[in-house]
Design a protein around this ligand. Structure first.
Ligand code: UTP
Length: 301
C-alpha cells in the first residue's frame, strides 16, 4: 500500500460570502486568533505525516505563496532585536525548501476542477485533500486519524460528521456499512438527499484521501450542481470501482467559509489557548451585557 505523502489544498474559490474583505485578502488568509486559517489546515496535514503541500490557487491569491516563503528582512530584524521566540515560531512553521508547490486554477470551475488541476503535481499515488474552509480542533488531527484508517482499509477515505437528520439535503451523505478500524465502510453516497431518502445522517466534512484514478474521472469535466465540476460527483463514480471508508471525526469542526463559523472558530481557538483564555472570557462576558444588535449591509450567505 502506497503511503499518503501529498496533500492538496484547493484555495481558488472566490470567497464571496466574505466580501468586501475577500476583495483584497483571500479568505484562507483571514486570521483565527493570530494565524491564518490556512496555517491550521497545513498543521493538520503535517501532523498526519504529509511531506508535500500542493496549493491550487487562483488570481489574487499570491499572498498565500508569500506567506509560505521565507521573509528574510523580517527574520533578520527579529534576530537583531533578540526576538528569539518569534523567530523560532516562524522557522518551525516554514515548509522546507521544495516541499510546497503552487499551481493555478485559471477559472473557478468548481472544487472537482480545482483538485484535477493538481494532477501532475500529485502523480500516480494516493493523496489527501483538505478544504481550508473547515478547521478542526482536537487532541489528534482529523487527517492523522484518517491515515490510520487508510492503513487498515486502503482505498479511499473521507471524514464524516453527523448532521441534523432534517438537514441531509445540504450535504453529501454516506450509508454506514460494517466497522473497519476506527471508522466504517461506506455503502452508497448520495449528494444532498431529502431526509426521507437519506441512508444516514453522516455527511462528508472536508477531508479526503483519494486514489489517483479520481483524476481520470475528473478529466471528463462533467458539470454538476451550480454548473460547477463537483468533487462529490467524481467520488460517486469512483465508488463504483473502488472502496470508500469513513472516519467519523469526534473533534470540533468550524466552517470558516461562513461568518458565524469563522467567529466561532476565533472564540474556540482563543478559549483553547491558555495564554489568552481568561482575558477572552472576561471580554465576551462584558460584551454580552452591553452590545445591542444593529442592521448591517451584508454579502449573502
Ligand atoms: P466554496 O464552495 O466555499 O466556495 O468552496 P468559495 O468560492 O471558496 O466561497 P463562497 O461560497 O464564494 O463564499 C469550497 C472550497 O473549494 C475551493 C474553495 O477555495 C474552498 O476551499 N474551490 C471552490 C476552488 O478551489 N475552486 C473552485 O472553483 C471552487
Amino acid at each position: 500500500m502506497k503511503k499518503v505523502r501529498k496533500a492538496v489544498f484547493p484555495v481558488a474559490g472566490l470567497g464571496t460570502r466574505f466580501l468586501p474583505a475577500t476583495k483584497a485578502i483571500p479568505k484562507e488568509m483571514l486570521t483565527v486568533v493570530d494565524r491564518p486559517v490556512i496555517q491550521y489546515v497545513v498543521d493538520e496535514a503535517r501532523e498526519a505525516g504529509i511531506e508535500h503541500l500542493i496549493f491550487v490557487t487562483g488570481r489574487n491569491k499570491g499572498v498565500i505563496e508569500d506567506y509560505f516563503d521565507i521573509q528574510y528582512e523580517l527574520q533578520n530584524t527579529l534576530a537583531e532585536r533578540g526576538k528569539t521566540m518569534e523567530l523560532t515560531l516562524l522557522e518551525d512553521l516554514q515548509p522546507r525548501a521544495g516541499t510546497a508547490s503552487f499551481t493555478r486554477q485559471q477559472a473557478p470551475l468548481g472544487l472537482g476542477h480545482a483538485v484535477w488541476c493538481a494532477r501532475d503535481l500529485v502523480g500516480n499515488e494516493p493523496f489527501a485533500v483538505l478544504l481550508p474552509d473547515m478547521i478542526m480542533q482536537a487532541q489528534k488531527g482529523c487527517l492523522a486519524e484518517m491515515v490510520e484508517l487508510y492503513e487498515i482499509a486502503g482505498g479511499n477515505v473521507v471524514s464524516v460528521e453527523q448532521c441534523d437528520p432534517a438537514e441531509t439535503n445540504k450535504y453529501g451523505i454516506v450509508g454506514k456499512g460494517e466497522t473497519v478500524g476506527n471508522g466504517f465502510k461506506i455503502e452508497g453516497m448520495v449528494e444532498k438527499p431529502k431526509p426521507a431518502d437519506a441512508p444516514s445522517n453522516f455527511y462528508i466534512s472536508g477531508r479526503y484521501i483519494l486514489q489517483p484514478e479520481i483524476f481520470q474521472i475528473l478529466e471528463m469535466q462533467e458539470k454538476g450542481a451550480g454548473n460547477e465540476i463537483q468533487l462529490t460527483d467524481g467520488m460517486l463514480k469512483l465508488a463504483a470501482q473502488q472502496s470508500f471508508s469513513a472516519l467519523p471525526f469526534s473533534g470540533r469542526t468550524f466552517d470558516c467559509g461562513t461568518k458565524e463559523g469563522f467567529i466561532e472558530a476565533n472564540v474556540a481557538f482563543a478559549l483553547w489557548r491558555s495564554d489568552i483564555r481568561d482575558k477572552v472570557i472576561g471580554n465576551i462576558e462584558r460584551l454580552l451585557e452591553t452590545v445591542e444588535p444593529v442592521s448591517v449591509r451584508n454579502a449573502a450567505e
